[in-house]
Design a protein around this ligand. Sequence first.
Ligand code: ZN
Ligand code: MN
Length: 480
Amino acid sequence: MNKYKMTVGLEVHAELKTNTKIFCSCQNSFGQKPNSLVCPICMGLPGALPSLNREAVILAVRAGLACGCEIERNTKLDRKNYFYPDLPKAFQISQYDKPLCHGGKIEIEDNGKKKYIGITRIHIEEDAGKLLHGENGETLIDYNRCGVPLIEIVSMPCIHSSSEAKSYLKELRNILLSLGVSDCKMNEGSMRCDVNISVAPEESTEMGQKVEIKNINSFAFAAKAIDHEFSRQCALLDSGEQILPQTRRYNEATGKTDLMRTKESAEDYRFFPEPDLLPLHLGEDEINRSLRSLPELPSARKERYKKELLLSDYDANIICSDPELSALFEKAAQGTKYKKLLANLLLGEALRLCKSDGFHSPMKAEYFSELCELWGEEKITSSCAKKLLCRLWEDAEQKRLLKHPAQIAEDEGLWQINSEDELKALAQKAIEKSPKAVLDFKAGKERAFGTIKGALMSESGGKANPQKAEEILRRLLNEI
Ligand code: ZN
Ligand code: MN
């Protein structure tokens, strides 16, 4: 068995969130009645002429700036010629040798290690229709997606494991979502990914033959496709066979990659400048305006949380890795001094309660703020805060009438117990109920104290002020 290394480059297609399509005024909308959003332009009927949607260009420029790319001031669109049933024009309007953006990078964190992934280019192009394969072998075509604006983001081949690839895809999605340029729903196909992978002996300085895996629609599948393709190529190399340039498809059912076609080269597409569209010129003020309107990016937000809110690297990282989670944190943090408690609640209970793939909270930010204020001001204990969170979350999920945390605490008597007398009574009960632990403790076993304190806390229904309870309990135990 030889040792091999993999080199992976990713091509990500993301649909832009424009109102209309890229070259016509048809609506850009997912999930509509098949073939209801089409016109002579996006259907490629003879004589129909495209005109470029300015909104698509602006969104693509935003994506480019956020990825640290250089924006090309003078660019153009090109025809990429090929026939496929989902492409009625028999060519795709794309960009060939002058992409709108080039030469950027994004920072990823993979297993605690930081690394930059280079971005070769980002170009704009149009999407194709969707083929729907029926059970009886028939294929239906929905042309609604024809002409939906896309950006294609091409990474440098500098990814060396499936987990790095996954981190890159997640970070890219995070950036695009926070920019609002795409909704990046992999299950609806608004973000898709092609993998280029080559395998070579560990010590080799040259890259192996590139194989492409097309149209992967989840992060998990991307990782699986890469791992499977790596072992397939390793096995071929071990048996002395050659890797052929191919386009393969990831098969979700088998977890393997299957051959689609032997690879075509760029020449086969017979690219040429799109004769029906003028070259594209971008002014400095246009680009500066986009630059100024960029929101805070996830990586900058993470640094701010660490520096200003004193969150740990770990907390800041998780919060900023999900756009909805970080938006909720951002909003809730404005309503409470206790940011660290807020991070604890979100990363503990809330993430646990959240059953969806990405983070989604049915509960409004203000409820989180109120909960943290009560907890931080020691009006409720941490265990009550968690209990209340579960309760509020469920109420919100079931769309039951929402009471504010303080109201529930009042109605159900969940306030923290701070009174000396009450705590003393609870401590006495706990001592009575844990005779063995008391003996152990008196014999010098400090660990037994935890058992007795646990009994006290549970006796109080989790409401005893933990520090005060501990003091009183120690005092009573010393008197025994
Ligand atoms: Zn149209
Ligand atoms: Mn493309």
